[in-house]
Design a protein around this ligand. Structure first.
Ligand SMILES: [Zn+2]
Ligand SMILES: [Zn+2]
Length: 299
């Protein structure tokens, strides 16, 4: 065998190994929701979404540098098209770090102005400040014949909370305000319970069949609108159970250890977090809705 032929065979073997590794990676961490629409999650508890069009890729939710590097690899396992946009769902550090990975690819980083203002005031070395901000309740991004609607939900969780909707594909990307098959997040940080319930009702009215959630404890990779309804009903059931204890005269400090919601016993973190959920929702009922800010502060 000539040296040239041998070299060719070695190169071919390297390429096919790389291709196989890429395919294995994609099979483990990437789920296709529709033509050109994918969910990505490396098992770190966070899921992102990406949309492939003829003119490039739109990625939603960078999470952190490592997650973003994996997300870029996942994108590269299905297309060589350039990443044109990276979109943020809201301000929090645990969702919004890692954007530089996509900026290095030439992507434009986009966030609602409320999220941007917070990011600017609360810098983090791993957080790349967005290049483009938007205000108001709605923005559409159209790329390569695909449309993504950005819906600003107002006060709910964090700042600049945006729900993403692909109207043609009937797919939504929803961060933090719904986590299927899990009780509310720990001490329910940075949620305004009253506005959150209002937000969930608005999301229930949106037109979609499939949802990709930033966190999920469901067995299935894709959720539906019923997950939104179940979250709202959980909050309402929790409030009703607290009111029942108020009426019975149960001492305030004993209510969190008394309330049980057996209907949700099979949900993740029920034993660990239910009493924390009760504390937070009970204090909200006692003190009034918080955190709160004047409406349209950034319009
Ligand atoms: Zn958050
Ligand atoms: Zn989250």
């Amino acid at each position: 065998m000539s040296n040239v032929k041998r070299l060719f065979l070695v190169i071919a073997a390297i390429f096919s190994t790389l291709l196989m590794m890429n395919t294995a990676f994609a099979q483990q961490h990437v789920w296709q929701a529709a033509d050109g629409v994918y969910r990505y999650g490396p098992g770190d508890g966070y899921y992102s979404m990406f949309v492939v069009t003829d003119e490039g890729v739109i990625a939603i939710e960078p999470v952190n540098i490592k997650h973003s590097q994996g997300l870029l690899k996942a994108i590269r396992s299905v297309t060589e098209k350039p990443v044109r946009y990276l979109l943020h769902s809201h301000n929090h550090w645990d969702h919004s770090k890692g954007g530089q990975v996509f900026r290095d690819q030439g992507a434009k980083i986009v966030a609602h102005v409320e999220a941007y203002e917070w990011m600017k005031a609360n810098p983090h070395p791993d957080l790349a400040l967005p290049d483009e901000v938007w205000a108001g309740n709605r923005k559409d991004i159209v790329l390569g014949g695909k449309t993504i609607e950005l819906h600003y939900m107002g006060m709910s969780h964090g700042l600049g909370m945006t729900v993403f909707l692909l109207p043609k594909e009937q797919i939504a990307y929803i961060a933090d305000i719904v986590t299927p098959h899990r009780v509310l997040f720990a001490i329910v940080p940075d949620f305004n319970i009253k506005e959150w319930t209002r937000t969930l009702i608005e999301v229930e009215k949106m037109d979609f069949q499939t949802a990709i959630y930033s966190h999920s404890h469901a067995k299935e990779p894709f959720g539906t609108k019923s997950d939104v309804t179940q979250t709202r009903e959980f909050i309402e059931d929790l409030q009703a159970a607290i009111v029942a204890e108020f009426k019975k005269g149960t001492p305030f400090g004993k209510i969190p250890s008394t309330v049980k919601l057996l209907k949700y016993e099979h949900w993740a973190m029920y034993n660990e977090w239910l009493h924390l959920n009760v504390w937070r929702v009970m204090l909200d009922m006692h003190m009034g809705p918080f955190p709160w800010r004047p409406d349209h502060a950034y319009e």
